[in-house]
Design a protein around this ligand. Structure first.
Ligand SMILES: Nc1ncnc2c1ncn2[C@@H]1O[C@H](COP(=O)(O)OP(=O)(O)OP(=O)(O)O)[C@@H](O)[C@H]1O
Length: 434
């Protein structure tokens, strides 16, 4: 195996290698230790097989022999009844590899997946009816939670790695579960490769085409969404003007940060929606709402919090955990006296409230006031703020009640509601296979 197939690594860097003890990761560890970098071999003991203690000991011995440091985590617990053992093990392995690498100060983790693994992933995804995202298989590299997961041998034929391991006289573990035909990958492996020994390159190439198609689709979606949407609203009237493939592509991309929408939902939404209709569709983790020709996502909210007392008499951002947002208080020319904001009751909408949006207007029902400003029905629950005398002061999404405004000679503070989605976002991780 050519050392040039591994990423360039500076000698001072610490490189972590996910080391199962199998032939591929043994070869990768061997190449990594020869690169001159400081190498840390990371082993995960799944606690599933009787030989696992021996494997961990074998891995430690090999790592030390090759001059690498070694760390091992034993997963606790076991898969729940009916859970996939593979999925449980993969999730635990990812977490353990991440935690061990980060704790040691590494920001690069190498995995020994190769071309045949990629070819199998492509076929398994195809058999599940996956789209380009699934067919694209495993990425060569991907940053997740401060760690770069890299697969430097994704284009390397399996045979080349075996030849290298044999030439170098390496010792590795043969995991008997690789022959267990209860696992789909093993069944596929056992029937596919004897029948189509040279299909590895073609299937891996097909995965690369899918990666390209996926990248292209992502670019088109980004351009379309820049014109058609904000994080909160997707313009359905404009979306349906696109070709149907392009519309589902854009819709899928807009939904991705909110929910794992199945393909059937994307299709239903695009066929069922008609201009001017108000419709809702349940989706994993919440609901999609069509309102005034826009599409909105409403995450499943927990039960509305109980009434509470809040002090908004000082400028700043006042987060309201449980309500999904924060009150922003700022000095303003039109606003409410600080004393009145010192002891407010915050609660959800009861039903009979009246709201007055400007000094010269008349109070009207909250429902009418919401309709007037286009506040969609699922965002009308509150919170509402009342002063000590029970007078309405402000409503999330509507603003301040004009009857609470202070006189011109008093100090005034404006109160606005910001949903969590309006606040600066924290970075999140994505999932992939290892
Ligand atoms: N128990 C483990 N501990 C650490 N890393 C692992 C473990 N299992 C898998 N990996 C990493 O994920 C890669 C792919 O896993 P896979 O299950 O396909 O490999 P394997 O058959 O266990 O071993 P190998 O790929 O080394 O022959 C491995 O090459 C290795 O880098």
């Amino acid at each position: 195996m050519a050392a040039s197939a591994t990423p360039r690594i500076a000698e001072s860097d610490l490189v972590a290698v996910a080391f199962s003890g199998g032939i591929d990761s043994t070869a990768l560890l061997h190449v990594a230790t020869r690169s001159g970098a400081r190498v840390l071999a990371l082993h995960v003991h799944h606690g599933l097989q009787p030989q696992a203690d021996d494997w961990a000991a074998h891995c430690e011995g090999v790592a030390r022999e090759l001059g690498a440091d070694f760390a091992c985590t034993r997963l606790s617990g076991s898969p729940g009844r009916g859970d996939s053992v593979e999925a449980w093990a993969r999730e635990g392995r990812h977490r353990a590899l991440h935690d061990m690498a980060v704790a040691a100060g590494a920001d690069l983790l190498l995995l020994a997946h190769h071309r045949q693994d990629q070819a199998e992933t492509f076929l398994l995804q195809a058999m599940r009816g996956a789209g380009t995202a699934g067919l694209a298989g495993m990425p060569r590299s991907q940053w997740r939670d401060g760690l770069c997961w890299a697969r430097p041998w994704l284009d390397q034929p399996r045979g080349a790695i075996r030849a290298y391991a044999e030439r170098e006289g390496l010792h590795w573990i043969e995991d008997p579960s690789n022959a267990d035909v209860r696992y789909a990958r093993n069944r596929l492996r056992q029937s596919l490769w004897p029948a189509f020994p040279s299909a590895e390159a073609g299937l891996a190439q097909a995965a690369r085409w899918a990666q390209q198609a996926q990248a292209l689709a992502a670019e088109v979606a980004q351009e379309d969404l820049a014109r058609l949407s904000t994080p909160r609203r997707l313009d359905l009237a404009a979306l349906v003007q696109l070709s149907s493939a392009r519309a589902s592509n854009a819709l899928r991309a807009w939904l991705a940060p909110c929910t794992a929408a199945p393909a059937s939902l994307i299709e239903r939404l695009l066929t069922e929606w008609r201009a001017g209709t108000t419709l809702s569709w349940p989706a994993p983790g919440g609901q999609l709402h069509a309102y005034r020709d826009g599409l909105y996502w409403a995450a499943e909210s927990a039960v509305a919090p109980l009434p509470s007392t809040v002090d908004l008499s000082r400028p700043g951002l006042h987060p309201q955990p449980g309500w999904g947002g924060a009150w922003l208080v700022e000095p303003a020319s039109t606003g409410i006296a600080p004393a009145r904001l010192a002891r407010l009751t915050q609660q959800s909408r009861a039903g009979a409230e009246q709201f007055q949006h400007a000094p010269a207007s008349t109070p009207r029902s909250l429902k009418k006031a919401c309709q007037q400003v286009g506040l969609p029905p699922w965002r009308r629950g509150g919170p509402l703020l009342f002063d000590v005398e029970g007078h309405l002061v402000a409503v999330a999404g509507l603003g301040m009640d004009a009857r609470a405004f202070a006189d011109q000679d008093e100090m005034r503070l404006a109160v606005h509601w910001l949903d969590d989605s309006d606040l600066p976002q924290r970075e999140g991780g994505t999932k992939s296979a290892a």
